[in-house]
Write a protein that binds this ligand. Structure first.
Ligand SMILES: *Cc1c(COP(=O)(O)O)cnc(C)c1O
Length: 383
């Protein structure tokens, strides 16, 4: 029996009528851009995340890019992030005019290592009247961007206390972790800005592209509202911005889905714990490590395994959907050669790229399908 990595149509089946009425309403009112549907989603989303503001935009990539600019990252500034993540984490830094500085991940959670962050700042940086600068070149450090990978948040207590001490703004890349918690607080509620993606495969997916930024700071919120519409208010432009809006139609679909998001998280968490029990005795498989304080929403169920590429082939031959997120860390991407990193610079990220594999974890998997996936993994190592 084949099992897909993700089947969103199963999630949509029970809400087809509600999604349809969003579409009908949009046609009736002809409010396609902004309007009450977007405003309601922004209020509900801010409420869900526990922040004062939420500002819709066109994608998670734009959420990151606009946030960096809104937090005054200037052309040529460093932005500190990790190399084992989706491309957009660092791509957005470059699009905002910044220069990514990579720090290696924690090998168990794949997230930013607070010790490496504080060590790097202490070794290389100083606080000056221009803010935090890299001592040897005078380059300003504009922001720190922890990524909450696969549905699990980075250690935001420690990262925030380090960044507060240095006076560095934090942009959370929460694109994979809507609803995830650290110390009972949701992703996006710690940093100066939290960035979300509504790409269809994320836990809260639109029927197309979409993104959102959360913040508690009214000035940052106002700057984001201006930046997403060409940097202006009422045809008066203080700066050159973007065209990055969230359609009313997508906002309406997302409101229907946000109301069910916590139930969907429970499905993913149930499936994850099934696998983690099923693989407990396999010494070749390391199941996801959830840190104390973290509550994961399992955007991916990502294991670290022996013979990864052969397992991948075995699962594919058995009709089991699976994928490698991510096969090449960002510091080794051709487009970032100019940053001067090389093989061996970030051993934990490079090892993760060689050893990880993600298997189906979406909430609507049947018991039969879960057993099928677990059986296929077990049969590979028991053979
Ligand atoms: C999906 C994702 C993004 C980008 O979101 P888009 O909506 O596809 O632009 C950024 N960072 C991470 C970690 C992501 O997973």
């Amino acid at each position: 029996m084949p099992v897909p990595l993700l089947d969103i149509s199963r999630q949509h089946q029970p809400i087809l009528q509600e999604l349809g009425s969003v579409f009908s309403r949009a046609l009736e009112t002809s409010r396609f851009i902004k309007g009450p549907e977007l405003e309601s989603l922004e209020t509900e989303f801010a409420d869900y995340c526990g922040t004062r503001h939420a500002i819709g935009c066109a994608s998670g990539t734009d959420a990151l890019t606009l946030s960096l600019i809104a937090l005054d990252v200037k052309p040529g500034d460093f932005v500190i992030t990790t190399p084992f993540t989706f491309f957009a984490s660092a791509g957005s830094v470059v699009r905002a005019g910044g220069i990514p500085v990579f720090l290696d991940i924690l090998p168990d959670s794949y997230n930013m290592d607070p010790d490496l962050l504080s060590g790097w700042l202490q070794e290389h940086c100083a606080v000056t009247d221009r803010g935090v600068v890299y001592r040897s070149t005078g380059t300003r450090v504009g922001a720190v961007m922890p990524v909450h990978l696969f549905g699990q948040m980075a250690d935001m207590d420690r990262i925030m206390s380090i960044c507060d001490e240095w006076g560095l703004p934090v942009v959370e890349d929460a694109c994979q972790s809507v609803g995830a918690r650290w110390s009972e607080r949701r992703a996006g509620s710690f940093g100066a800005a939290g960035c979300f993606s509504f790409f269809p495969s994320k836990n809260l997916g639109a029927l197309g592209d979409g993104g959102m930024v959360t913040t508690d700071d009214p000035d940052v919120a106002a700057r984001l509202i201006s930046l997403r519409e060409h940097g202006g208010v009422g045809y008066i432009h203080a700066e050159v911005g973007f065209n990055s809006r969230l359609d009313a139609l997508q906002a309406g679909f997302l409101r229907v889905k946000l109301a069910r998001l916590d139930d969907w998280h429970e499905g993913r968490r149930r499936n994850a714990s099934f696998y983690s029990r099923a693989f407990r005795d396999l010494k070749e498989v390391i199941t996801p490590v959830i840190k104390k304080g973290a509550w994961s929403v399992y955007n991916q169920y990502t294991m670290r395994v022996r013979d990864r590429d052969r397992l991948l082939e075995h699962l594919r031959n058995s009709g089991i959907g699976c994928a490698v997120y991510y096969p090449l860390p960002l510091h080794l991407q051709q487009c970032f050669k100019c940053l001067g990193y090389g093989e061996g610079d970030f051993p934990a990220s490079e090892a993760a790229s060689r050893e990880v594999i993600s298997i189906p974890v979406f909430g609507e998997l049947t018991e039969g399908e879960l057993a099928e996936v677990a059986g296929a993994v077990r049969s590979f190592y028991e053979a």
